[in-house]
Design a protein around this ligand. Structure first.
Ligand code: GAP
Length: 493
């Protein structure tokens, strides 16, 4: 089994995603919209299955975690309180000749990488340090000076004719209300987390939740990324799966460790090569965090963040308490019973935040392979999407051997008996071999062939995607065999 070189592999994934209806560029007939993508008929199914896997693991399997679905629009003060209005910025710089815009830190990062490749380690380290200092101090002129000193040219125009570096807020805003006068500026949420924080007491009280407990949510988020690249890796409209876990102050370190381990296990249960994952513990922490780590996956373009686990202290709830004037405190009856003085407190929060689209990309990259089936002089191969059966868009493909002799009718009868429990696809066009290959390419774990013998003895041929093994089995056993393989029990226990 051969995997292509990294660049080729990534290109293959992108074209496969388009060819088979997983992902299309948004508004493609108008030449697309940068960093916005649509999920097609198979993409929507795969994405739903990833969501289900996350929701089951986080909500269904934890008695003390509940899920919500908050609105995308929120009161503008939310984003003042959270720090996004003042601090959710990227430093950007424009090239005056090409009119292209770049993230200043990204230009410097690229230069650092080049220095490293050329063996200029000292230069790379020095530039890294200078850049980090400039970013930390929000010293924009220094970023420009570094770009000039290191002779960084625009990749498009080749010139070094740069504007000043400016801060660029990543939030999209729009007018709320129909009247031009009196309408208010609101933001499309840049993360789902704030919908959880502002509902903390609503959920706690109505759900009678006791600390420690969590609130989970899946939903869209929007960021006007200065540079968007690597397909669905960095988008302007994307989806997050986030969970805030509310704990007693002082127990945050314990729960941070718990979620750090639990989340990596969730990833690895899918059967991914463990070498492809790593933690990246943050050394420099945001002002509100006392610990943070990223779960990184080795994409064809290097190790990149898929998920963040952050210990956010009581920062968010305290901020909302201050800006809203409403108490965000929790009364801990158990602590009171124990006779400890602090029964009322603002909980600390451990957050797990995974990008659904990045998880989708990771899943496709991991699953897609070109399998060599050559025997002796006979060259052969197949394109295989080795998705975990729980995630596969279709679980079963149903093929009548021919379009006549009552075989399609029998095939439909079998499909009707399965389709409520398993997503099925029916195909009667082309030779069976060709139909098998098409299902391999979209990851369908089972193909059933209905032939003349089926009419006589109620058996079908079941063909397994990964091994290509074929068995004759009775129709009455189908539910059991398929159900076992696609059961969530295989992932969650
Ligand atoms: N509430 C915390 C938060 O939003 P983040 O690190 O900014 O943290 C969490 O985002 C996750 O969301 C990331 O690990 C990444 O998977 C995903 N993500 C962030 N920006 C994204 C973008 N522009 N496109 C796709 N996914 C993105």
């Amino acid at each position: 089994m051969a995997k292509n070189t990294n660049d080729e592999q990534f290109k293959n994934v992108i074209s496969h995603a388009k060819e088979y209806g997983f992902i299309f560029p948004s508004s493609e007939i108008y030449d697309g919209l940068s960093a916005v993508y649509d999920y097609g008929q198979l993409g929507a199914e795969l994405k739903n299955n990833i969501k289900t896997y996350w929701w089951k693991a986080m909500v269904q399997m934890h008695e003390n975690i509940v899920g919500i679905d908050a609105a995308i629009f929120m009161h503008p003060k939310v984003w003042k309180a959270s720090g996004h209005v003042d601090g959710f910025n990227d430093p950007m710089i424009d090239n005056k000749d090409s009119k292209k815009r770049y993230r200043a830190d990204q230009l410097l990062e690229d230069k650092i990488e080049r220095y490293k490749k050329d063996g200029k380690t000292e230069k790379a380290e020095k530039l890294q340090q200078d850049m980090d200092d400039a970013l930390k101090a929000e010293n924009l002129p220094l970023l420009k000076t570094l770009i000039e000193e290191h002779e960084i040219a625009c990749p498009v125009s080749g010139t070094r004719n740069w504007t000043e570096v400016r801060q660029f807020n990543l939030m999209f805003s729009t007018q709320f209300g129909a009247m031009a006068e009196g309408s208010e500026e609101v933001y499309l949420r840049p993360e789902t987390a704030q919908g959880i924080f502002v509902n903390f007491l609503n959920v706690q009280k109505t759900g009678r939740m006791k600390i420690p407990f969590g609130i989970a949510q899946i939903g869209k988020a929007f960021r006007n990324e200065v540079i968007a690249r690597q397909f669905i890796m960095r988008m302007r409209e994307f989806e997050q799966m986030e969970m805030q876990f509310f704990v007693r102050p002082g127990e945050d370190a314990k729960w941070f460790k718990y979620w750090k381990e639990a989340r990596l296990k969730w990833h690895q249960a899918l059967g991914t090569d463990p070498e492809k994952y790593r933690y990246h513990d943050h050394v420099k922490l945001a002002h509100y965090a006392n610990a943070a780590t990223d779960i990184e996956f080795e994409f064809p373009f290097g190790f990149k963040e898929v998920e963040g686990i952050h210990s956010r202290t009581d920062f968010d709830l305290s901020q909302h308490q201050e800006y809203s004037g409403k108490k965000m405190q929790y009364f801990d009856a158990e602590l009171n019973e124990e006779g400890k003085p602090y029964g009322n407190y603002i909980p600390y929060v451990i957050e797990t935040s995974i990008g659904l689209d990045r998880m989708f990309l990771l899943t496709l990259i991991n699953a897609l392979e070109e399998e060599d089936l050559s025997e002796g002089d006979k060259q052969d191969s197949r394109t295989l999407l080795r998705l975990h059966p729980c995630l596969a868009p279709y679980k079963v493909a149903i093929f009548p051997l021919t379009k006549k002799d009552g075989l399609p009718e029998k095939a439909r009868e079998i499909m009707n008996s399965l389709k409520l429990d398993f997503n099925c696809i029916y195909e009667e066009k082309d030779a069976i071999g060709k139909r098998y290959r098409r299902q391999d390419a979209i990851g369908t774990p089972f193909c059933l062939t209905i032939d003349h013998q089926t009419l006589e003895d109620n058996t079908v041929t079941i063909r397994h995607r990964d091994t290509m093994e074929q068995q004759r089995i009775e129709i009455k056993d189908l539910h059991y065999i398929i159900g076992n393989k696609v059961s969530w029990k295989n992932l969650l226990r």
